[in-house]
Design a protein around this ligand. Structure first.
Ligand SMILES: [Fe+2]
Length: 303
């Protein structure tokens, strides 16, 4: 792990394989249950509840201690990113860092803004939504992280997501469920910022805290995660009708090959069925279409 405290970036070995990176493109989320030590989780709760004093490792240029105190008291207590214990054990958590290195490349920019979601349980679920200012596109220039410093089983209303919903506007009835990102204290999740999500309903009693923040790409994309010798771009599973074209485009962008990506539609690559007797036509086409991320064509394709 290399951490540059002046630039607020880090670099480390990637931990995800080709198949896992493609799986992230298809699903748009990853969860690491209970990866932060209990002592740190307790300290995070105490810090967020104002029970322990701030101990910033440095004061950012142009700011004063009074600025830091004001920020800590808001719903965006970003000064937690200045605490040495939080940097070491939460921001640079090895499992999280390895996945980030795989998806966002080298020299990843650390978060600058925290959002603290504090709820007294029990509570009704939020409505399904995609967060403000989300973008649908093949680029992956930042990722959203959430950190639960206390035990967050389903009864405590963890974040609930709809797998694969990060590629297009998605309507969903509030009575319908999703995938819970539950886990013991110290659970960290990564998700594509455009994914459909909500705070789940909680039935237990207690305080449910969640910190949410973004990690940032600083380098152009390249296929520099763990290469699988037998990974085959032609026969890999990219998704179903009307979705595979988007997930495959994202995977190609991450490989640094977004400009080479062309599709022919219908049964052609990147779509495939398990019942084919040969590989899909249209692989490595140099002419054809792009997925219409803006959704302003009836057939969902764009030149
Ligand atoms: Fe949200």
């Amino acid at each position: 792990m290399h951490y540059d405290k002046h630039r607020r970036t880090f670099d480390c070995e990637p931990t995800l394989t080709d198949s896992q990176v493609l799986q992230f493109c298809r699903e748009g989320h990853l969860t690491f249950p209970g990866v932060v030590p209990d002592e740190i989780n307790q300290r995070a709760c105490d810090w967020l509840d104002g029970k322990i004093p701030a101990d910033p490792s440095h004061i950012p240029q142009g700011m004063t201690m009074a600025d830091l105190e004001r920020i800590r008291a808001t719903h965006e207590p970003s000064t937690i990113f200045l605490e040495g214990w939080f940097i070491e054990h939460v921001l640079l958590n090895p499992q999280l860092a390895g996945a980030m290195r795989s998806l966002l490349g080298p020299d990843i920019g650390l978060p600058i803004l925290a959002s603290h979601h504090r709820v007294e349980c029990p509570e009704e679920p939020q409505g399904w939504h995609q967060d403000a200012d989300h973008i649908f596109g093949p680029d992956l220039r930042f990722l959203e992280v959430f950190y639960f410093p206390q035990d967050t089983p389903v009864e405590m209303g963890p974040t609930e997501l709809v797998s694969g919903s990060h590629i297009q506007p998605t309507a969903r009835d509030n009575a319908e469920g999703g995938v819970f990102c539950e886990g013991p204290a110290g659970t960290i999740g990564i998700h594509h910022q455009s994914i459909l999500h909500r705070r789940g309903a909680s039935t237990a009693t207690g305080i449910r805290r969640m910190l949410k923040y973004n990690y940032w790409r600083t380098a152009p994309p390249a296929r520099d995660w763990i290469i699988e010798e037998d990974f085959d771009f032609q026969t890999a599973y990219y998704g179903g009708h009307a979705t595979a074209r988007y997930y495959a485009h994202m995977f190609y962008w991450l490989c640094g090959k977004g400009n080479e990506y062309r599709i022919s539609g219908g049964q052609s690559w990147p779509w495939r069925s398990a019942n084919q007797i040969g590989p899909s036509y249209g692989y490595a086409a140099t002419e054809g279409y792009l997925p219409n991320w803006r959704k302003d064509n009836r057939d969902g394709y764009a030149h």
